[in-house]
Design a protein around this ligand. Structure first.
Ligand SMILES: [Zn+2]
Ligand SMILES: [Zn+2]
Length: 392
């Protein structure tokens, strides 16, 4: 049988150099011009027909197998974050204030490596592989943009497959979990309006700060009193802005924050209670409230059958590696869930932390960095799972 790990190890220098190059030159969502250009160049060098500008800055290419079969979509995200890097690495960002702090540089390099591996054995493959390099994963609608440009059509995709390097787990471990795996994420924006006035004459004003503070406290009861103890949800207020001067009661308070859920019924209930509490507490304090909810990503749900196949592949290639087989894995969100909502599949987690080397900062931390030994492991698992899925 084809040795995917040995093959991925052969490409290690290529994968690492690609990853470091992307890390040196990070680009924010929908600005991945350089990155997309390199991706397109590398895919064209394999002789693949490449579509650029898909969902603004996304890149898509097809690898055709020699026999008919299913179409598998393999996805990597390419965007960086607005963070000032503090790793001190030799390959640290040369674009101050922009940093690959989530590992998407690794994902792009991994999928380029997988493209080389699968292209090399295309004569033995049934079906076809759609390579999708997605922009703007970090909350800017990258997946939705590619969906709007028809990334799941022509040819129609049958299975979706993606992965994330994961610093919550040590290098050498994996998580291939069936069912709900990552949270559905929402943003809320609330404006509480009262009546401004003099700080020393409060009875002639309606104080929105007091109402806002009560709202923040009351919202804590959703998770503690409304969500069933064995279910999960997060309601977090992350910004609270009001006022300019020490002696002025301001007319408004603006709050924003995030809601995370896995289950659709829990989601509906949390959103309903959120609105009831905000409106009710505001009214009780003599204020009014305007509420806006923005759905960022659906919950990410892994298909049971696809997950089982990948677990078999992992057991074969990495017989000694621990594999987490049940979720949820994180309350973080992932916009690949938009594609998986349309076409079921699997999102895999590949351990990338190494505490001994100090490579265990969390995702989105200015010192985030991965153990690059995770790169060939991820490429091997990605390619081998793809081949297994095509052959089923
Ligand atoms: Zn991220
Ligand atoms: Zn990410």
């Amino acid at each position: 049988m084809f040795d995917f790990l040995a093959e991925a190890q052969k490409y290690f220098t290529y994968t690492r150099d690609m990853r470091r190059d992307f890390h040196l030159h990070p680009e924010l969502g929908h600005q991945e011009i350089r990155t997309a250009g390199i991706v397109a160049r590398e895919l064209q060098a394999l002789g693949l027909e490449v579509s650029t500008g898909v969902g603004k800055t996304g890149v898509v290419a097809m690898i055709e197998g020699s026999q008919p079969g299913p179409t598998l979509l393999l996805r990597a995200d390419m965007d960086a974050l607005p963070i000032l890097e503090q790793t001190g690495a030799e390959y640290a960002s040369q674009n101050p204030g922009v940093m690959h702090a989530c590992g998407h540089d690794g994902h792009t390099a991994i999928l380029l490596t997988v493209a080389k591996m699968l292209h090399g054995i295309r004569a033995e493959l049934p079906g076809s592989i759609k390579l999708v390099f997605q922009p703007a994963e970090e909350g800017q609608g990258g997946a939705e943009g590619m969906l709007a440009d028809g990334v799941l059509d022509n040819p129609k995709v049958d299975i979706t497959l993606g992965l994330h390097l994961w610093n919550e787990m040590p290098v050498g471990s994996f998580a291939l979990a069936a069912g709900p795996t990552m949270a559905g994420t929402e943003i809320f924006k609330v404006r509480v309006s009262g009546k401004g006035g003099h700080g020393a004459i409060p009875h002639l004003a309606v104080d929105p700060i007091l109402a806002g503070a009560q709202i923040v406290s009351a919202l804590q009861s959703i998770v503690s009193r409304n969500v069933a103890p064995l279910q999960s949800a997060v309601v977090t207020v992350t910004t609270f802005h009001a006022g300019e001067a020490f002696n002025v009661i301001p007319p408004h308070v603006d709050l924003t924050g995030t809601i995370r859920t896995f289950d659709l019924d829990v989601r509906e209930m949390v959103l309903r209670r959120f609105d009831e509490i905000v409106n009710g507490v505001a009214a009780g304090m003599g204020c009014t409230a305007q509420i806006e909810h923005v759905r960022m990503t659906p919950a990410l749900i892994n298909d049971a059958k696809t997950t089982k196949i990948a677990q078999g592949v992992a057991a074969r290639i990495f017989p000694d590696s621990p594999v987490t087989t049940s979720g949820p894995i994180t309350m973080g969100g992932e916009d690949f869930a938009f594609m998986m909502e349309k076409v079921p599949g699997l999102f895999m987690f590949v351990g990338s932390a190494n505490a001994e080397k100090g490579l265990n900062y969390g995702h989105h931390h200015p010192k985030f960095d991965i153990d690059e030994e995770s790169l060939p492991r991820a490429a091997a698992l990605f390619a081998a799972t793809a081949v297994e899925l095509l052959n089923r």
